[in-house]
Design a protein around this ligand. Structure first.
Ligand code: BTN
Length: 258
């Protein structure tokens, strides 16, 4: 399957791949990882699939996952208070963006965690968590969908807003090498999650949202404003004609710089 095997991944000796499952085809690695998490699998459990038949994106959207992509979910037990769960999503975006730069793809982060190249999405990140007793996170499932050795047209999405590593580099990449770079960057950024200001500084260096005019739909209304900065917990601060608005989650549309 795409050059990825359990033995090959175990040889990476990543602390994020202590337990490894590799499947040719599954409904969604996210669901498998959640089952493992609920059954008590340790921090650093990795589920990878060659194809996902029911890949899920944020907001319940379908995530096209044909052969050639890197479709993976990690079980993490970061020991965070539940109120800090949203840190995982931006921390992961910094780690995965760093991995893409390392292989020559100049990815930028669109708030909160979409990875884009030239405004087109190359990777999606989905972080979901389960809370345990005492208000701490029991586990987080970090799903990463990397459009790797594919043509944009393989992804079956109608809009032109997607790209792939093959398209950007003009060649395919070794998925095991890519996975190794992703895991080592993630491990390094996740280690700093308690020092979230430094993660957000890197996020700021890599982002393509701050300074842009954005539109967001929430609670049945549409808000437009200029993205000015992040709060210490990573919420987006929008300057609007009615004052500053904090966005904690959601999907923004970037309208360009002013
Ligand atoms: C997004 O909407 O941008 C997030 C997409 C996340 C897709 C990945 S692919 C591996 C994992 N399994 C899923 O079903 N979803 C995530």
């Amino acid at each position: 399957m795409n050059g990825l095997s359990r033995e090959g991944i175990e040889d990476l000796r990543s602390p994020l791949a202590r337990v490894v499952e590799v499947h040719d085809a599954v409904a969604s690695t996210q669901e498998l990882a959640r089952k493992l998490a609920r059954a008590g699998t340790p921090h650093g459990t990795l589920v990878v699939a060659g194809v996902q038949k029911g890949g899920r994106g944020r907001l319940g959207r379908h995530w096209g996952s044909p052969e050639g992509g890197l479709w993976m979910s990690l079980v993490l037990r970061p020991g965070l208070v539940a109120g800090h769960a949203s840190r995982i999503t931006q921390t992961a975006a910094v780690g995965v963006a760093g991995a893409l730069w390392e292989i020559g793809v100049e990815a930028r982060i669109k708030w909160p965690n979409d990875l884009l190249v030239g405004g087109k999405k190359i990777c999606g990140i989905l972080a979901e968590s389960g809370v345990g007793p005492g208000g701490r996170l029991d586990y987080a499932i970090l799903g990463i969908g990397m459009n790797a050795n594919l043509d944009p047209s393989d992804l079956g999405v109608m809009d032109r807003g997607v790209t792939t590593i093959r398209h950007e580099l003009g060649r395919d990449v070794d998925l095991l090498l890519l996975l190794g770079v992703v895991l080592s960057n993630l491990d390094a950024t996740l280690a700093r999650i308690e020092d979230f200001e430094t993660v957000l500084d890197e996020w700021r260096n890599l982002n393509c949202t701050l300074g842009e005019r954005v539109r967001v739909r929430r609670f049945g209304e549409t808000i437009e404003g200029q993205a000015i900065d992040l709060t210490p917990e990573g919420a987006l601060l929008l300057a609007t004609p009615d004052g500053t608005v904090e966005l904690f989650e959601g999907e923004i549309e970037q309208l360009g710089s002013t």
